[in-house]
Ligand binder design. Sequence first.
Ligand code: CMP
Length: 144
Amino acid sequence: MAVERTLAILKPDCVKKNLIGKVTAQIQEAGFKVVAMRMTRLTKETAGGFYEVHKERPFFGELVEFMSSGPCVPIVLEKENAVADFRKLIGATNPANADAGTVRKLYADSVGENIVHGSDSVENAKIEINYHFASSDLVANYGF
Ligand code: CMP
C-alpha cells in the first residue's frame, strides 16, 4: 500500500473540551506520524474557503460560524493508506452513526460539532494540506 498524507483538523470543540492530547494520542497509537501541526484560529473567510465545496449546503453558515468560533489544530498525518485509515479511525460524520471506539463516537456531540475533520481523498488531502501549511512547514522526514 502506498504511503499517503492526509489533513486532520482538531476542531474548536476538541480544543474547548481540552481533548487535543487524548485525540492526538489515539491518532499516533493508530500508527499515524505527525508531519506538521499548529494551532490557529480560522476567520470566517478562511473557514469558508476551506469548506467552499459545501457552500450551497444548508449547514454552510453554521459550519463556518463553528469553525471560526475558537482555535483549531490542523495536522498533516502520514501513513500507508492514510486517507481511508484516518476516516475509519474518526468514524462517521454524524457521531450517532459512528462505530464504537472511533474518535467521533467517543467525543463528538453532533454532526456539526464532530471534533475532527479528515480529508476524503488523496487529491483533496493535497489541496487541504496546501490550504493550511506552506511546503516549508512539511519538514518531517522520519526516514525509518
Ligand atoms: P467535516 O468532515 O469537517 O466536513 C464537512 C463538515 O460539515 C462535516 O465534517 C460536519 O461537521 C459538517 N456537516 C455535515 N453535515 C452537517 C449538517 N447536517 N449540519 C451541520 N453540519 C454538518
